[in-house]
Design a protein around this ligand. Structure first.
Ligand code: URP
Ligand code: ZN
Ligand code: ZN
Length: 476
């Protein structure tokens, strides 16, 4: 007799952002079709006794195979990056399709599809990075791409090749308002960083450690406040990404208290790394160079406060991997002459969930439901994927991770599947581990063994974010 289910996940504890329940999960044609105790056998049954049954992780801030200037290359292809994501308990990733200056946004998107399509182990969509907001881009390409399901875009307030000035940011925000898209903002003050970098170099302070001093919290705080002000002017929601500590977090909290739709994201590096990690001998500190930089223990506490109190909606990895030992990576030929040549970014797609679970849930800082919200549900809501993704509910995609809350693991490069040759979390002990990852009802990783196939992940055209409906141009 054929079963009514292709797959039954049996005997686990199902957790969503709002509920925790003891029930089986029935899956047919890639969708969740039943949630009840004692379901009849499926064509395949998976025993989840003693495990948590969670929505697959959604990592909405990852950089994969992103151009990084002529001299450095990122360490992951879409194949290795999404494999690493799957082993880390994720079923959806949202990398960026970066527009290079002079390139049309349409061409940038086409390039990314050529890199990603048929290569991925988990589902994926693209945010856009706008670096050259021409009339053509603002008037034609960006609105059309939003209609096509690329419903969020990132703007940078720093980096020579990427930064937009305030006028350009306002132009991009205006398009977002009319289209109902969400703008993500990298908030650091470009001129202040240039000023400080020059000063530090003049004083011979060139080691990776000084990367932190070149972009202190005030640089991030000022830009965060300016981004909030620009968004208020246009009256458009924005997401401040990779918030590193109290000063920026408090700007966001202040804006939220005023009723503005300002959202926030933080990342593992701001919870468990500090500036001191950039102080290793023989360039070891380069392994931790990212922007904004990891700060201090008080900043870590502030990020926890933001996660616990709801100032931050999402917890992402900002996975941006470079190989440590290679001249195309952290060992850029000029890296020893100044931190400014060390490529910014660290790997973390596979370690994001274990770090938050262990430091947050196991240590009692956040509930398991908040963990699900921060790592899956809110990403789906913010980026137009809910309720298809990000929850365990009848009709949702059967994107599920079976989680062993008691498994103790020491994080190590040898365990990971990314293309980087190191992890910044080497030797870090975690309790809680993703054992099985299921994408639309198909097992991709089972008990730590790869079962899925490259190309099993498909492109996601996304709806408009819940927070941002299309509106008439602002009247001033
Ligand atoms: O250092 C970082 N975060 N690199 C990735 C690019 C970005 O700004 O997100
Ligand atoms: Zn950024
Ligand atoms: Zn990033």
């Amino acid at each position: 007799m054929t079963s009514e289910f292709d797959l039954v996940i049996r005997g686990g504890t199902v957790v969503t952002a709002s509920d925790t329940m003891q029930c089986d999960v029935g899956v047919r044609d890639g969708k969740i079709v039943a949630l009840a105790a004692n379901l009849p056998p499926g064509a395949r049954d998976v025993d989840a006794t003693g495990l948590l049954v969670l929505p697959g992780g959604i990592d909405s801030h990852v950089h994969i195979d992103q151009p990084n200037g002529p001299e450095t290359v990122q360490a992951d292809t879409f194949e290795s990056g999404t494999l690493s994501a799957a082993f880390g308990g994720n079923t959806t990733v949202l990398p960026f399709a970066l527009q290079q200056k002079g390139q049309s946004l349409r061409d940038a998107v086409r390039d990314y599809h050529a890199k990603a399509d048929g290569e991925c182990y988990v589902d994926y969509g693209f945010h856009l990075i706008v670096s050259d907001p021409t009339e053509q881009l603002l008037g034609q390409d960006l609105p059309a791409l939003v209609q096509d399901g690329y419903t969020s875009f990132k703007v940078f307030m720093t980096y020579e090749d990427l930064r937009l000035d305030d006028r350009q940011i306002l132009d991009v925000m205006s398009v977002a308002r009319e289209q109902g898209a969400l703008v993500m903002v990298h908030a650091e003050n470009f001129d202040a960083i240039r000023f400080l970098t020059q000063k530090l170099e003049n004083e011979g302070k060139t080691a990776p450690l000084y990367h932190g001093a070149s972009r202190p919290a005030v640089v991030e705080r000022e830009a965060t406040h300016r981004a909030i002000s620009l968004a208020e002017l246009v009256d458009v929601p924005i997401m401040i990404v990779h918030v590193s500590g109290r000063e920026s977090m408090e700007q966001i909290r202040w804006a939220q208290a005023r009723g503005l739709k300002i959202y926030g994201e933080t990342c593992p590096q701001y919870l468990v790394l500090t500036e001191a990690d950039m102080d290793g001998a023989d360039m070891e500190g380069a392994k931790f160079v990212c922007s904004p930089p990891p700060r201090d223990v008080a900043s870590q506490e502030a990020c926890w406060e933001g996660l616990e109190t709801g100032v931050f909606q999402v917890f992402s990895s900002d996975h941006c991997p470079f190989r440590f030992r290679e001249a195309t990576g952290k060992m850029h030929p000029k890296a020893r002459s100044s931190f400014r040549w060390v490529p910014n970014g660290i790997p973390g797609i596979e370690t994001r969930l274990p770090i938050l679970f262990s430091e947050g849930v196991t240590k009692g800082r956040i509930s398991i439901n908040r963990f699900v919200a921060l790592t899956a549900t809110n990403h789906a809501r913010m980026y137009g994927l809910y309720p298809r993704k990000g929850t365990i509910a009848i009709g949702s995609d059967a994107d599920i991770v079976l989680w062993d809350p008691a498994r103790q693991v020491t994080l190590s490069q040898s365990l990971l599947h990314h293309g980087a040759d190191y992890t910044p979390y080497e030797g870090f002990d975690v309790t809680g581990w993703p054992v099985t990852t299921i994408l639309r009802g198909t097992i991709v990783v089972e008990n730590g063994v790869l079962c899925g196939a490259k190309g099993g992940g498909t492109f996601l055209s996304r709806d408009l974010p819940e927070q941002a409906k299309p509106r008439a141009p602002a009247v001033f």
